[in-house]
Design a binder for this molecule. Structure first.
Ligand SMILES: Nc1ncnc2c1ncn2[C@@H]1O[C@H](COP(=O)(O)OP(=O)(O)OP(=O)(O)O)[C@@H](O)[C@H]1O
Ligand SMILES: [Mg+2]
Length: 507
């Protein structure tokens, strides 16, 4: 998120500067400092800060409580009072304005930060709930009337068509044609409105969003003078999503970006894996998500309109043309909500806008690896995998089994050595040992391979590490390994190495 913008309302300039300095050092932007209530109302309207820090006793006619009341009523901005006074009467008046916080002077920096953070968070969540409530009630309404509405349109269309058969009058025919056209458009509209309302529950499947993004963007921009650039990493997680619905979200966002740049330009689409933690200011459950950003360099959206753009029927485009029913973003919002995801926006007038969507990552990521690496080499033999991370071991089992081998596991170096020795003296020795470079609280690959070499100087040991840049990846031979690769496993490469090593052993 961008730095929060704060408006300081304070009539003592020394205090105001002190507050400004503190807030800046915490990491906020100060959009303005004013000393009068009337000014505060004006600036709040023009600049739409994220929060107003309001002194109660001000110069001029209006005090801070009255200014806060008006700002709350007109713009619903969060206000935190900062004051040296706290008598009963004043508290009573202040309470009515539903402040988001109340800080007493002299203030403590940490308390101020806590109060501001809580206020920002609370306000954001309230706006989110408000948005959802609004869209839901529209949805119920739309769902309710859509059926009747369609029937009425059928009657209008039918009668208009019949009427055309009873006349040869050119003027009347023309009017009836227009009536039909309008009725057809009304029908499309009902459909779109219905998809805000219902669109059905998403048909969730494990989805490779990379492909959905690229195909949809290409399709949406056909014939446009706008170009699309992608920044999508290979290791992007799969997501739980309804392909059709997500494609609709991407389409609406790309079309909006395109329309924001009538003279042409560039759209950047970026995708990344992110971990959302409990304490993050996002209306999402903690967990793994794929975040997609769609950035344009178009006209941007004025701050004061941002809270309206997800509203059904909010549009700044020409309604009489095909574009601009104002439903695109409402549809996006309700689809994202049905996916337990989230959509948000950042924008600067004249610079451009970025829309972010968050989709929950799928639980099972194996499918992607299996799908991407389409031509692995299959083989047979026994593989010992030493890794201290159970999830890595489970993943390794799935992949190595898939390649045709039998797997066995060790959680650290000593266990690996014991198992290796036992197997070596049995009928079923290991063909290859895959050893993790770093084992928390135990023996890692370097030491383990040394000991294994003392026991079996032909050991087929492979070193693996999560750090793709570790020098051991290129210098593995120096340490006695036969191969090296970085995690996450790339199936094709792993399959080739395993096949080579296990064959060599059998010759
Ligand atoms: N990328 C963007 N750049 C600038 N303004 C945008 C952008 N995306 C949306 N907006 C603003 O938000 C409004 C609502 O967008 P939304 O997609 O919901 O409706 P629309 O594009 O006007 O009509 P529709 O999508 O139904 O054809 C737009 O009219 C525009 O003012
Ligand atoms: Mg649109």
């Amino acid at each position: 998120m961008d730095k929060a913008e704060i408006l300081i309302v304070e009539d003592e300039s020394v205090t105001a500067l002190e507050i400004e300095e503190k807030l800046k050092s915490i990491g906020y932007n100060i959009c303005d400092i004013v000393s009068k209530g009337e000014e505060a109302i004006k600036v709040a309207k023009q600049q739409v800060p994220d929060l107003v820090l309001m002194d109660i006793k001000l110069k001029g006619e209006m005090d801070g409580i009255e200014a806060a009341r008006i700002i709350r009523a007109e713009q619903n901005l969060p206000v935190v009072y900062l004051t040296a006074f706290a008598n009963q009467e004043m508290m009573k008046r202040a309470k009515i304005t539903e402040p988001y916080g109340y800080i007493l002077k002299p203030f403590d920096e940490r308390e101020m930060q806590t109060q501001i953070e809580i206020a920002l968070y609370k306000h954001k969540m309230e706006e989110e709930i408000y948005k959802i409530d609004k869209l839901e009630s529209i949805g119920v309404l739309a769902g309710g009337i859509a059926h009747d509405f369609n029937n009425l349109l059928t009657i209008i269309m039918g009668n208009s068509q019949l009427a055309k058969m009873y006349t040869n009058d050119k003027k009347i025919l023309e009017k009836l044609e227009e009536t039909e056209k309008a009725a057809m458009r009304a029908k499309d509209l009902t459909q779109r409105l219905l998809s805000v309302a219902k669109g059905g529950p998403p048909q969730i499947e494990t989805t490779d969003i990379d492909r959905v993004i690229k195909e949809t963007a290409k399709f949406s921009l056909s014939g446009s003078n706008v170009e699309c650039e992608y920044d999508i990493p290979e290791e992007l997680w799969l997501v739980d999503a309804d392909k059709g619905q997500i494609s609709q979200v991407i389409q609406n966002l790309v079309v909006n970006a395109d329309q924001a740049m009538p003279l042409g330009g560039k759209i950047e689409i970026k995708a990344e894996n992110i971990l959302v933690k409990e304490d993050e200011y996002l209306p999402l459950k903690a967990g793994r998500y794929v975040k997609v950003s769609i950035r344009d360099e178009g006209e941007g959206i004025p701050q004061k309109h941002i809270k309206n753009i997800f509203d059904p029927y909010y549009t700044t485009k020409n309604r009489s043309t095909v574009k601009g029913t104002g439903l695109g973003l409402s549809v996006c919002h309700s689809i994202m909500k049905r996916h337990n995801g989230y959509i948000s926006v950042e924008s600067k007038v004249g610079k451009g806008s970025v829309f972010y969507i968050y989709l929950p990552a799928a639980n099972d990521q194996t499918e992607k690896i299996l799908r991407e690496e389409d031509n692995p080499v299959f083989g047979e033999g026994r593989i010992l995998v030493m890794d201290d991370d159970k999830m890595v071991r489970d993943m390794a089992r799935e992949i190595i089994d898939y390649l045709g081998y039998e797997t066995d596991f060790a959680a650290n170096g000593s266990e690996a050595i014991n198992k290796y020795k036992l197997a070596k003296n049995s009928d079923t020795p290991y063909d290859v040992a895959i050893l993790d470079l770093t084992v928390r609280g135990g023996m890692g690959a370097r030491k383990t391979v040394k000991k294994l070499l003392e026991f079996d100087n032909n050991v087929n040991a492979i070193v693996t590490t999560g750090y793709a840049n570790d020098p051991i990846i290129t210098e593995y031979e120096k340490y006695g390994f036969k191969a090296a690769f970085s995690k996450p496993y790339k199936i094709k490469k792993l399959s080739q190495i395993l096949s080579e090593l296990s064959k060599k052993d059998k010759q």
